[in-house]
Structures are given as C-alpha cells and as structure tokens.
Design a binder for this molecule. Structure first.
Ligand SMILES: [Zn+2]
Ligand SMILES: [Zn+2]
Length: 359
C-alpha cells in the first residue's frame, strides 16, 4: 500500500464501486481486499485526517474518493458517485457535509452505541450479491423497503439486536481478520446474509408498501413527481412537500388525529407509531414507522388536494401548523394551504413555481 502520495502504482486489489455502492462500503471492501483493517487502511492513506470516525459518506471528502480512484484506476466521476452529495438537488436542496441533511439517515457516530442509527440493509440483497456491499440509497429516510425482495429494510443484527454499523472502526478491529467481512455483525459476528431466515420479514399490506417505494424510486430517477392538479413537480420540491406531510402525520396529539382521519379517508389501516416522536423528524424514526408514514402520505397525495384539505379542516389544522418548520414551502403545497387552510401565522417563502423546471 502506498502512503497516499500521487504517482504510486495501483493496488493489487482494485475493485471498482459496484452498482449504487456507498463510499464507506467501497472503502471497507478495498481495505479488506488489500489485507488491511479499516483503521490502518485510513491511517496509512490519509495520515492526520479523521476519516473513519466520521460519516465519510456524508462528509464526501474529495481527498478520500480521489485517492481511491487513483489507486484503483477508477474514473474520478465514478468514485465521486459513491458519496451522498449526489442526492443534492434531487431529493433535497442543500447537502450538509457535517450532518443534518434532510432525508439522510444519521449514523450517530459521536453518540454512544445505543444512539447510533446504523445503516439500513436488505439481507436478501446481501445474500444474493456475488460480493456483498451496501447501497447508497439505503442511507435515505425515504427508502424503507427493498423493491427487489418486497421486504422492509433492517438496521439491526437479528441475533444480538445491535444496530448495524460497519462504520464503527474500533469494533471492526475487535475480531481481527474474520470481522473484516462487511456483512458480519461487529458485536456478535452474525452474518447478515442469513438474517432472512432468522426473523420474519413481511408485514401486512406489503404490496402497497412496495408500490409506495417504487413510486419514490421513480421520482428520484425521473427528477420529477406527479401531483394531481399541478402536474409534474421537480423531485426536490416533491420531496420537500412529502417530508412535510410525513411530519404532519407523525406529530404527537393533532398529528395522531389527522393520521387516523387520513387513514380512514384513503382506506389504509390506522396505525400508531412504534416510537412516538415529539420532534417528528423522519430521519430519526424507525423503519416501520417511516414505511407506514410514507405510504400514507403518498396515498394522500394521490387524492391531492381534496383528501388533505378535508382531513385538516375536519381536525381544525390550519396554516400556522402546516407551515411550521418549513423554511421554504413548495408552491404546490403552499398554494393549497393558503387557499383552503388559511389560519393565523406568516406563511414561509414559496419555492419554485408551477411549470418551472428547477426549484
Ligand atoms: Zn433486497
Ligand atoms: Zn450481532
């Protein structure tokens, strides 16, 4: 292995990033393939830089992916495609390298282990992979179901219950060589590829959850979503509105009332959140809650705006609450709230206009 300077030869093991692979997953595979544990790998390549104890996928440090590209002979653009910043302008407006980006699941690296959210995974995908790896999309709060296998994603080891995080370098070291396999639980050594057999995966109504996830995937792919009465809406503006709907349905108190009313209106099974969330931040909700809230919100969007207006009006939820925490309201959401659910409070600035290509 080189010491990180340019102009050195390629590494013996130099697999390119796999389809939609995360930078951290690629790094873990490259370090193991070249016979180094992750911490040593990072210390050798980026001396003095805190690489592995940060959320390297979120920080997207160019020194990291550029050096990996140089040592593997991979095109720099392909290496850059492994960081989460690629979702900027598609799923959210502004990427925050140090954390707190909307829709990006936090790893909680600086907190104690029980506070870490870990990474999502589909154990069936890992089991099918010729080389197991972690997908970039699994770091998004709007991805909760594997479309390929029709099952909710997971973020815990089914054997010991620890939230999975191969990012926790100190634990990756604990078991030596055997622990360097990316899909082994760092706490107990369980192979996540066997998780499907270890726990029941399917939940009631899985077909509707799959179609919800397919719709979200299509909005990301196409760069636009469809809102009845508005037509095509830029994906970023679609997701901003979707996030606000999820928020309204996950608030304590009034959120529970409009959630139940909305479920009845769209013919979905009413549900309680597994962890009542005072902050109602989707990035901090359990997978099952995100799955149900995204599903309900998209069903409400299909009947936009009538379902939303009727539910809010019947429960006396007005604009002050519907605009709360929304620094920039997408025009398609803002217009309906202003026209039909106006109450006290100043509305936020409106983002985008009907028919505009960009937010
Ligand atoms: Zn899968
Ligand atoms: Zn475990």
């Amino acid at each position: 292995m080189g010491n990180g300077s340019r102009g050195e030869r390629l590494w013996p093991y130099r697999s390119p990033p796999l389809q939609d692979e995360l930078l951290s997953s690629w790094m873990a595979r490259l370090s193991a393939g070249n016979g180094l544990d992750l911490r040593r790998f990072c210390t050798l390549l980026w001396p003095g830089v805190r690489v592995w104890n940060r959320d390297v996928d979120q920080s997207g440090d160019h020194r990291v992916y550029e050096l990996l590209a140089a040592r593997t002979g991979v095109d720099a653009a392909d290496a850059q495609g492994t960081i989460l910043r690629g979702y900027e302008g598609v799923v959210y407006a502004t990427h925050k390298p140090s954390g707190g980006t909307q829709w990006v699941l936090p790893l909680g690296l600086l907190g104690r282990a029980r506070r870490a959210l870990g990474v999502q995974f589909c154990s069936d995908c890992l089991a099918e992979d010729a080389v197991p790896y972690f997908r970039r999309a699994w770091r998004l709060a709007c991805v909760a179901v594997c479309i390929r296998h029709g099952t909710p994603l997971s973020n815990r080891c089914p054997q010991c219950g620890v939230r999975f995080a191969y990012h926790r370098g100190e634990l990756a070291l604990a078991g030596g060589q055997a622990r360097m396999q990316i899909c082994l639980c760092m706490a107990c050594g369980f192979d996540l590829r066997h998780a499907a057999a270890a726990e029941p995966r399917l939940v009631d109504g899985s077909e509707t959850f799959i179609s919800t996830q397919e719709e979200i995937g299509a909005v990301m792919r196409n760069g636009c979503g469809w809102v009845p009465g508005e037509g095509h809406v830029h994906s970023q503006l679609f997701f901003t509105g979707l996030r606000q709907l999820v928020r309204q349905f996950s608030l304590r108190g009034v959120g529970e009332r409009i959630r139940t009313a909305a479920c009845e209106r769209v013919g979905a099974e009413p549900f309680a959140l597994t962890v009542p969330s005072p902050s109602a931040v989707i990035e901090k909700l359990p997978i099952i809650d995100r799955m149900r809230l995204l599903n309900l919100s998209l069903l409400v969007l299909r009947g936009w705006p009538d379902t939303f207006v009727e539910v809010c009006a019947s429960e006396r939820v007005w604009s002050a609450r519907l605009f709360k925490e929304l620094h920039q309201a997408p025009y398609w959401y803002s217009r309906i709230v202003r026209e039909h659910l106006q109450g006290t409070g100043m509305p936020p600035r409106t983002e985008g206009t009907r028919g505009s290509d960009a937010p």
